[in-house]
Design a protein around this ligand. Structure first.
Ligand SMILES: Cc1cc2nc3c(=O)[nH]c(=O)nc-3n(C[C@H](O)[C@H](O)[C@H](O)COP(=O)(O)OP(=O)(O)OC[C@H]3O[C@@H](n4cnc5c(N)ncnc54)[C@H](O)[C@@H]3O)c2cc1C
Length: 373
């Protein structure tokens, strides 16, 4: 009989894991708390490592067509003058894929269509998971299932992790984050690049995600959460940034806290394992949270290809993946602090250091991130 795997959560981690397992011939069922695969009104950057995985899953063309290729990543000062530029063409040649910026809704739609909606059970919020001979899963609607193999892909506040794993410390970076999408004619020089402008205790990033759409994100140290006065907060920033803010309806701006999961030592226990944010949620400063979830799926798939059974692959998956995922969590946490220095002199020194960083430093980091486990 085909092995059945039950996955909790239909985010990017759960969907990519489900698709991988399905392509390997397993019978996969997803249980998602939301009543629909609801597109978050924001974009996402799929870095080269994630696109390598999607290439192997046969989705490179679909994702590239729905999104926009990015060949440069720039950190700039508040006037969009570059402090650090990463040219990605070398990696594009090496791996045959580009970084792609895309609407989250588009990505979820592509993944869900590929898996098939008959494998995705919506309005199924897991409330309890008990480990007996089989796992007993209880949902909010009081329905239950028994399952031999469970994958927790239920995000940073994972019920699977909270109930079956001991360590669980969420850390708040104390930064406010706003995200939005607007329709604007972005000057052509920005078309294939991500720009992130660093000011004093705040930053603003933007990237084209389709013909007319631009995704942006803004972070500050401020306590104010309402997006009403973003123009005022970013008043000293370049006018192109102000145009982007002005072009976005306030009602469509998403406000979030920036949290991560303090690295934990265990992502698996027998026939249950965690993937994505439930295992290693990171702050978004390296743009790698979803990419790491996608790599989790890749490694599980690779182990299956080697003939390891699904129930025997979770420990190896943890051993292979943990070092890189935790390096990203820790590096991203430190980068977030650097980006949000408030003191004027500190900002000048930081910007000078950024401008003079040897190219080899960026290259080392990109090599580490883009090289699949
Ligand atoms: C501001 C910001 C910008 C970011 N930008 C990027 C970027 O550019 N690139 C990148 O790679 N990453 C980025 N990330 C990180 C990325 O969004 C996450 O790492 C990624 O979405 C994690 O996917 P996941 O599937 O593990 O978890 P989630 O996306 O959180 O999905 C979990 C799913 O499980 C469901 N669920 C939760 N609890 C239950 C339950 N009890 N029962 C059933 N279902 C449940 C949820 O509804 C959800 O659908 C960013 C994050 C933030 C905050």
């Amino acid at each position: 009989m085909t092995q059945e795997v039950n996955i909790i959560g239909a985010g990017i981690g759960g969907l990519t894991t489900a698709l991988t397992l399905k392509q390997k011939g397993l019978n996969v069922k997803i249980y998602e708390s939301s009543p629909e695969i609801k597109p978050v009104g924001a974009g996402i950057i799929l870095a080269n490592n994630a696109m390598q995985v999607f290439q192997k899953l046969g989705l490179q063309d679909k994702i590239e067509k729905a999104g926009n290729k990015i060949s440069y990543m720039k950190i700039t000062d508040d006037q969009l003058k570059p402090l650090s530029v990463v040219n990605l063409s070398e990696y594009e040649k090496k791996y045959g894929v580009s970084n792609v910026a895309i609407h989250r809704g588009e990505l979820q739609r592509i993944l869900a269509n590929e898996i098939g909606f008959d494998s995705i059970n919506l309005s199924k919020r897991l409330t309890k998971i008990e480990k007996n001979e089989l796992f007993k899963l209880t949902f909010e609607d009081n329905s239950t299932i028994e399952s031999k193999i469970v994958i927790g892909a239920d995000g940073i506040k994972s019920v699977v992790r909270n109930q079956l794993f001991a360590e669980n410390t969420l850390r708040n970076a104390n930064q406010n984050c706003w995200r939005g999408i607007c329709e604007i004619d972005l000057p052509e020089n920005y078309h294939n690049e991500l720009n992130e402008a660093w000011g004093k205790g705040k930053r603003f990033g933007f990237v084209k995600i389709s013909d007319k759409k631009v995704y942006w994100y803004a972070l500050t140290n401020s306590r104010s959460k309402t997006p009403d006065n973003l123009l005022e907060i970013f008043k000293e920033f370049h006018t192109d940034i102000q145009r982007i803010i002005t072009a976005t309806p306030i009602s469509q701006i998403i406000t979030s806290d920036i949290l991560d999961l303090k690295p934990i030592k265990k992502w698996q226990d027998g026939n249950v394992c965690l993937v994505g944010d439930s295992a290693h949620a990171t702050t978004p400063n390296l743009g790698q949270g979803a990419c790491q979830a996608i790599e989790d799926a890749y490694v599980i798939g690779k182990l299956l290809d080697k003939g390891v059974s699904i129930e025997n692959c979770f420990l190896q998956y943890q051993t292979i993946r943990m070092k890189k995922a935790h390096t990203i969590v820790n590096t991203s946490w430190s980068l977030g602090k650097l980006a949000h220095i408030e003191n004027g002199l500190g900002v000048k020194i930081r910007n000078m250091i950024m401008k003079n960083l040897p190219k080899s430093a960026n290259r080392k980091q990109m090599d580490m991130i883009f090289n699949l486990n």
